[in-house]
Design a protein. Structure first.
Length: 64
């Protein structure tokens, strides 16, 4: 049997690692993915930030 704290750490890493990769590819600091651990609105803040802010490494339409 695996202790509960180990299960919590594993699930936390399964959420945190992909979010860090998404933030890195978007051009943001990957440490922002730590917001997912805020109780309540952490995940909502992450989704709003990724959806509504302009991505620093996004190519604009005029750079062709």
């Amino acid at each position: 049997m695996v202790p509960e704290i180990v299960q919590v750490v594993i699930v936390g890493l399964m959420i945190l690692v992909p979010l860090c990769v998404i933030y890195k590819k978007a051009g943001f600091n990957p440490l922002w993915a730590g917001l997912v651990f805020l109780p309540g609105f952490g995940l909502l803040i992450i989704f709003m930030q990724l959806a509504l802010l302009p991505w620093p490494n996004a190519k604009s339409g005029s750079e062709r």
